[in-house]
Every structure is written in structure tokens, then in C-alpha cells.
Design a protein. Structure first.
Length: 282
């Protein structure tokens, strides 16, 4: 090596932990962000069984990984793992972004809600104020999106879940800021909703919860937080009922990733080119 020439620095390491995780487009997204922003990093997939999450995540984060995204089914376990929660992660009690701090402590954040809202209001041009919203599922995904949805001023929010007690527990956790109705899937009542969000893992498993008729009109927007090539059971259901707009969670995926990237690197990437690239690929 020539005198005075510094050796190239190895790239910083990041990744996403989930189970399963092979379907994730996060490495592609963060790779495009890194190229755009001139950041030297690599981003990998970490498929971790639920029982192994705590030990394996700590091993990764103490052996060179500077930050992690967290997806199903680990978001609530990640909230218990970190040393400090941001206010929005503390409210959700679910973490999708872990950042290693200069003192080697772990900060847990949740970018799902801001990612969803940027897609709904920015990319799709929806106005949440005064709308009636139905959310399917009461897991970590719903926990992450509730607060920003509530802050947008909807007229009503209903959480429907297979297990009533879980929906009730989640509604109670937000009772100090909003009166959320909770019910089982089979007990959801009309009239049709302005926005229906599928936050269950059913789409990834090829299933659709059984719901009563009368929930969707030709003015309803149906949005599946899951993303995949082609239709999901939820989007097929929504199309069969002639919903005004049927969307999958590609925009949310990209927008929440941009927020994670900003937390880790201190620079906010643009998202439109990534969304266009994903549209061409999917």
C-alpha cells in the first residue's frame, strides 16, 4: 500500500430480524438508500426463531451490527430487549428499529406508524381526519400504527381480532388518548368504513379472517400492511367488494425504512425512486 494511503474502512453492518424473513425486500431498499446517500454499509437478513430472539439479537448487536430492523414475530420481544424506548415505541410497546448507541446501550424505536402515515397521506393523498377506521389484528403491527392514526383525528377506530380479549387489552392501552372499540372478527358492525387496515399476519399465511358483510363500500380504501407480489387474500376480498382503492404495504415498508435509515445514519433518503423500482419488480 502506498505511503499515506489509508486502508478502506469496512462497511457498517445492519439487518432485519424476523421469522420468516426470506421474503423481505429490506436489503434492496437499504442498499438503494445507502447508494443515494453515499453511506458505506451492508444490510442482511437474520432469520431468528422466537425462542432464540433475545440471545441471537444480543450476539449480533455486540459483535459488530450497529442497528437492526425487527419484523414479525419479534416486535414486542424487541421492546423488552432494549435499554431505552423512544416515546412512540414506549406507547406502542413494540419496536421495529434498534440502534446501538455510542455508550453501547440499545435504543428501541418504532417507525411503523410514521411510515404508514407518510404513505397514506403523502403518497396516496388520503385525509384521515373524520374518517371511520377498521383495523384487523391486535398484534405488534397494530400497536405501532395506532398513535399516529389517532393523532390524525379519525371519527372512530375499531380493532377487530380473532381473540376478543387481546383487542380489548390493546384498546385499553390507548384509552387515555382515544376511545377505541374492540370486537371479534365476526362481530364487526357496519356501516361501511372509510379505511380498513389489515394488520394481521393472515396474508403471509394465505388466509383471510371471516368478516360480516356490509363493511366495504365503493368509497372504502382497503390497505394491507403486508406486501407481496400479486394479490393477498385481503386485497382479493377488498376487490371482490368493489372497494374504491386497494393497496398493499409497499409504501409503508419504504417509508418506515427511510425513518430507520435516518435514525441510524442521520440522513433522510428520498423514497420515490425506491418505490418506483419496487413497482417495476413486483
Amino acid at each position: 500500500m502506498a505511503a499515506g494511503v489509508k486502508p478502506a474502512q469496512p462497511p457498517d453492518q445492519y439487518g432485519v430480524a424476523g421469522h420468516p424473513v426470506a421474503h423481505s425486500w429490506s436489503p434492496f431498499i437499504h442498499g438503494m438508500f445507502a447508494k443515494e446517500c453515499g453511506q458505506n454499509l451492508v444490510y442482511r437478513l437474520y432469520d431468528i426463531e422466537p425462542d432464540d430472539f433475545r440471545g441471537e439479537a444480543l450476539r449480533l448487536l455486540t459483535s459488530g451490527v450497529k442497528g437492526m430492523n425487527v419484523t414479525l414475530p419479534h416486535k414486542q420481544a424487541a421492546a423488552e430487549l432494549v435499554n431505552t424506548l423512544t416515546p412512540r415505541a414506549a406507547r406502542a410497546q413494540a419496536v421495529n428499529t434498534i440502534a446501538l448507541q455510542p455508550d453501547n446501550s440499545l435504543l428501541g424505536d418504532n417507525t411503523d406508524g410514521v411510515g404508514l402515515m407518510r404513505d397514506l397521506t403523502g403518497n396516496l393523498g388520503l385525509n384521515i381526519a373524520g374518517s371511520r377506521i377498521l383495523i384487523l389484528g391486535a398484534g405488534g403491527a397494530t400497536r405501532g400504527i395506532l398513535e399516529p392514526l389517532i393523532e390524525a383525528g379519525p371519527a372512530a377506530v375499531v380493532i377487530a381480532n380473532r381473540t376478543l380479549s387481546r383487542a380489548q387489552t390493546l384498546a385499553a392501552a390507548f384509552a387515555d388518548i382515544y376511545a377505541i372499540d374492540a370486537c371479534e372478527f365476526k362481530a364487526v358492525a357496519g356501516p361501511p368504513y372509510d379505511l380498513i387496515l389489515n394488520a394481521t399476519s393472515a396474508s403471509l399465511q394465505g388466509h383471510m379472517p371471516e368478516l360480516p358483510p356490509g363493511l366495504v363500500s365503493e368509497e372504502s380504501v382497503c390497505y394491507d400492511l403486508a406486501y407481496s407480489k400479486g394479490h393477498t387474500p385481503f386485497t382479493l376480498w377488498a376487490k371482490s367488494l368493489y372497494a374504491a382503492r386497494v393497496c398493499k404495504g409497499w409504501g409503508m415498508l419504504v417509508e418506515q425504512a427511510a425513518e430507520s435509515f435516518f435514525i441510524w445514519r442521520g440522513v433522510r433518503p428520498h423514497t420515490h425512486s425506491v418505490l418506483e423500482a419496487l413497482t417495476r419488480k413486483t
